[in-house]
Design a protein around this ligand. Sequence first.
Ligand code: PLP
Length: 387
Amino acid sequence: MIPYGKQEISEADLDSVMSVLKSEYLTQGPIVQKFEKAVSDYCGSKYAVATNSATSALHVACLALGVGQGDIVWTSPVSFVASANCALYCGATIDFVDIDSSTFCMSVDALQDKLECAEKSGMLPKVVIPVHLAGHVCDMKSIRLLSLKYGFKIIEDASHAIGAIYDGLKVGSCFYSEVTVFSFHPVKIITTGEGGMALTNSQEVATIMGRLRSHGITRNLNEMERVPDGLWYYEQLDLGFNYRMSDIHAALGLSQLSQLDSFLEKRHKVANKYEEIIPHGLVKKQSQDPLSISSYHLYILRMKDVLKRNSAFERMRNAGILVNVHYIPIYRQPYYSRFCFDISNFPESENYYREAISIPIYPSLTYDQQLYIVETLFAENGFQNLF
Ligand SMILES: *Cc1c(COP(=O)(O)O)cnc(C)c1O
């Protein structure tokens, strides 16, 4: 079996986790702080708030940016459902911006058109959540310019994109956004088992996100509304959650982070090999913004039509190659049918959904496995025994 993605766990990772298990602290403690500082140092942001998942991080990020009832949030329909659910958790309305046919990320043209319409009808979004699909970074300069013009805030869903670079800056620097969110789910670039993180350069946003992840409680005298009753005193200021990351998870993350650059190098090697051996006339690969250097969380191809894609998908699965489709457009989910989205507003997402297939990519994928994958993918075209 060749999965589409998987984690790489080293001896150092095991040692790191074991040392926390032998320490006094298991829940959120000094290692979480260390992990937060290490990620924000790596990415070049001022603040980082670790959470138990990227979904939680997206939720507290929306709340910290003031998203609530009556507000509108936009994201890409070609993403994991969490990119949209976070807005619904806050009682806001969600809507989608169609994708670009070549980068498969949010289309800046579609965004601009939708903003012009929304301005006329007084329905501008409070927050837009671009998704760096597969680790390919969105056209953040253009999205930032539009955010300045129309007054919305930006949360980058960078669940796929830790280590990716945009115009010389690491994703997570938050140079073009208010908040950037990473996921540390095992299929992502680095893992904590389950976990996420929200990065920002705003002290206020960081403080609110940090409080919301732990019941809305503060022990910081500067944040308190009343005079403390005693040393035991704490205050609940918001209706928060238990979204904390544990030190056990953070220890794994910290150790994984030290291998991030080597993971990225290996992912690039795999991507370059695919580039070499895939017959590009037969498929369309995901193109990148010229300023983006991808983290290659996924390797997505588009087949000529739905029949070709479906038969390739079946052939791959039968051959033990666990291809996938990232993603079913979110508006197609049964839960989302209650919002009555008009599918004709998303022609590119619909085309994409008929044609897309994610083939395996992860650091330890071998060249021979890649040959087998490409051979199987194009078997219909007489590619067997080509290599
Ligand atoms: C994985 C993923 C998430 C959710 O991450 P969790 O850490 O599992 O909550 C959100 N958005 C995208 C684009 C993802 O791929």
